[in-house]
Ligand binder design. Structure first.
Ligand code: AMP
Length: 286
């Protein structure tokens, strides 16, 4: 596996790679790699001749009061995990290399970024779409692998690819979960033992909602009430949003129909957790 830290070397690697080998699969990450990231890498490894992973903690996607300073970083472990997973190239630019001091361009996707995560974190998606655009321009992958864990991000990147006419396939990979259903996340390591137990309630509530829909409940308020019951059972779980939405445009629904996504964000102590489940309504009951 090669490790590259500079844009120049990346360009020359990309040119050679295109001539010599077929499709490039790309997995962008912020490092502190865990089983969720590795599942994306394994999927890319299966489907693409060449696999590129980027590790870059992108300051643009953190709000001022957020946890950029204490975001976990462990490059030696990331490098080892990438090597073991058969990654061909690890691109890990420094902050100065990626955003030189005169950097002044941002990329924005409009409607899809307004609600949910966008409401809680107003500058977040512009940071994501700017870093993803730069990474796509640099790596020029044929396929990009993103996790369903960040479902709104997945849709925003899909829109970005569509709007900018990139010849690139976006592949949604299932959320990897802990034994109790909690979605694996870099921030889980900061949960105390008590908080860790509470954190499990978010996925439990989502499952409850999904089960209600699968058994025929179509009224969103009824589904919502069943989920609220679980989250309200612990006053130390603070719900930011919990919504049943159209899976394509994320508009909230009053009646469940087609494929819906249940989106949730909660705070447990200082840690913010997000999760979601896609649920397809059986036609006979719709
Ligand atoms: P991050 O390093 O948090 O920016 O995440 C990089 C990629 O890994 C994104 O596409 C995430 O959606 C994906 N990811 C993070 N956690 C998980 C998980 N538990 N399961 C699947 N994909 C994940």
């Amino acid at each position: 596996m090669r490790v590259i830290h500079s844009v120049r070397n990346l360009h020359s690697w990309r040119r050679k790679q295109e001539l010599l080998h077929g499709p490039i699969g790309f997995v962008p990450t912020m490092g502190a790699l865990h089983d969720g990231h590795l599942s994306l890498i394994h999927r890319a490894r299966k489907r693409c001749r060449t696999v590129v992973v980027s590790v870059f903690v992108n300051p643009l996607q953190f709000g001022e009061a957020e946890d950029l300073g204490r975001y976990p970083r462990n490059f030696p472990a990331d490098r080892r995990l990438c090597r073991e997973a058969g990654v061909d190239l690890l691109f890990a630019p420094s902050l100065e290399e990626f955003y030189p001091s005169n950097f002044q361009t941002t990329v924005t996707v409009n409607r899809l970024t307004q609600r949910w995560e966008g409401e809680s974190r107003p500058t977040h998606f512009q940071g994501v779409t700017t870093v993803v655009t730069k990474l796509f321009c640099l790596v020029r992958p044929h396929r990009a692998f993103f996790g369903q864990k960040d479902y709104q991000q997945f849709l925003v990147v899909k829109q970005l690819i569509h709007d900018l006419n990139w010849d690139l396939r976006l592949i949604r990979c299932p959320t990897v979960r802990e034994f109790d259903g909690l979605a694996v996340s870099s921030r889980n390591r900061y949960l105390s033992a008590d908080e860790r137990v509470r954190a499990g309630l978010l996925s439990k509530a989502l499952r409850q909602g999904s089960d209600a829909i699968r058994t025929g409940v179509r009224n969103v308020r009824t589904v919502q009430a069943r989920m609220d019951e679980i989250l309200d059972s612990d006053p130390d779980v603070h719900v930011e949003y919990l919504a049943i939405c159209d899976s394509k445009n994320l508009e909230p629904l009053t009646k469940v129909r087609g494929t819906v996504v249940i989106l949730g964000a909660v705070r447990v102590g200082n840690i913010r957790l997000i999760d979601n489940l896609l649920v397809r309504c059986p036609r006979s009951q719709g």
